[in-house]
Design a protein around this ligand. Structure first.
Ligand SMILES: Cc1ncc(COP(=O)(O)O)c(C=O)c1O
Length: 377
């Protein structure tokens, strides 16, 4: 079976983790935490990095740092992982959904504009499967209406966006560089991994301080076990950060591998009319975190059926996200009843992603393409 993903770990990872074990610095103090925070923040062009235990925790800490009031609203795409909604609900705020762009599968900025109201306090753009959100219109809306941005870049390590493309000085900037607060996941299927792990980036010193306190149970500076703020235990370990420091050295190679993979898949699959392939907009440099395809409804087959057929050919796949408005767990909380988002609904049913790991070979890509050709022709 060709797996959907495999992490790429090597000697440096082993050496740095070994050093933690030998020195005894295995918990949440230690040099690798700071090194990883500073290294990742610098890579993304930000001033402060606060490492946390996973990408969901990063979102939770980021939304908490906004200090929203009950009933305040956060606009986010329905087509995302439930972590985004969990973070908003945990902060006592109300998630408001928008549909996806049919080509990039990221949130549609026009829909965001339509849902801004008197209680809106933040927008949460999520870069989907490695392709950036069209950030300029989102940033402009935030600016006009005085909103914060929580940018979820969990899937977009190293992806770039051309900001200011209608101005005299457009500039490429990395995803994770746009939010008031920007979040990452370092789960094992991401471009770089710490096993489990996450980070929040910001340029605001006061927000960074609040994040550090929140991640560490709100322990005060003056007396231990004295709490002026509520917090959680969302700490990353030095062991995990050691992996992160080693992985950081691989980021350029990881981005290059994903782009190479996408080019090969593109060449081999572009003549299959039943498949919509990932786009790369002129203002985007995608990292194709996962190579997603959407099956035309006219093919008479949905993604689940295609996945089953590919499995028979030794090809593992994963379904696309299922929209937040289609989740029974959220309906039971009284959320999103009767709401409909046609693009998200279609791609949820017709979309899946192909093997996209960092160890994927050209021969494997050929086998995946041959399997698709056989199933779809
Ligand atoms: C867009 C997005 N946000 C957040 C997360 C949550 O990250 P984690 O699994 O590390 O909690 C993920 C997970 O893959 C994700 O894809």
């Amino acid at each position: 079976m060709i797996p959907v993903n495999e992490p790429l770990l090597g000697e440096t990872e082993r050496r740095l983790v070994d050093e933690c074990v030998t020195s005894g610095w295995v918990s949440s103090s230690g040099r690798y935490i700071t090194e990883f925070e500073e290294g990742w923040a610098a890579y993304c062009g930000r001033r402060y990095g606060v490492a946390v235990s996973n990408g969901t925790a990063a979102l939770e800490a980021a939304v908490a740092a906004l200090e929203l009031e009950p009933g305040d609203e956060v606009i986010l795409p329905t087509f995302t992982i439930i972590s985004c909604v969990v973070a908003v609900l945990d902060a006592g705020a109300v998630p408001v959904l928008v549909d996806s762009d049919p080509e990039t599968w990221c949130l549609n900025p026009d829909d965001v504009a339509a849902r801004i109201g008197p209680r809106t306090k933040a927008i949460m753009p999520v870069h989907i499967y490695g392709h950036p959100v069209d950030m300029d219109p989102v940033l402009e809306l935030a600016d006009t209406h005085g909103l914060s941005i929580v940018e979820d870049a969990a899937e977009a390590h190293g992806a770039e966006y051309l900001t200011g493309r209608s101005t005299a000085s457009p500039a490429w900037r990395r995803c994770g560089g746009f939010g008031t607060l920007s979040t990452f996941s370092f789960y094992a299927n991401k471009l770089i991994t710490t096993g489990e792990g996450g980070m929040v980036l910001t340029d605001d010193a006061a927000l960074a301080e609040r994040l550090r306190s929140f991640r560490n149970l709100g322990f005060g500076q003056t007396r231990r076990f004295f709490h002026e703020e509520m917090g959680r235990n969302l700490r990353l370990t030095n062991l995990q950060a050691a992996l992160g420091v080693a992985q950081l050295q691989r980021i350029d190679a990881a981005v290059a591998h994903k782009r190479w993979m996408a080019e090969l898949y593109g060449e081999r699959l572009r003549d299959l009319p039943a498949l919509q392939l990932p786009v790369e907009q002129p203002w985007a440099r995608s990292v194709y975190w996962m190579y997603g395809v959407v099956l035309a409804e006219e093919s008479g087959m949905d993604a689940e059926a295609l996945s089953g057929r590919l499995r028979e050919h030794g090809v593992e796949t994963r379904p696309f996200f299922l929209g937040m408005h289609e989740q029974p767990a959220l309906h039971r909380l009284g959320l999103f009843a009767g709401e409909s988002y046609p693009v998200a609904e279609r791609i949820a049913r017709q979309g899946l992603y192909l093997p996209s790991g960092l160890t994927l070979t050209e021969a494997q890509i050929d086998r995946v393409a041959a399997a698709l050709e056989e199933v779809l022709r």
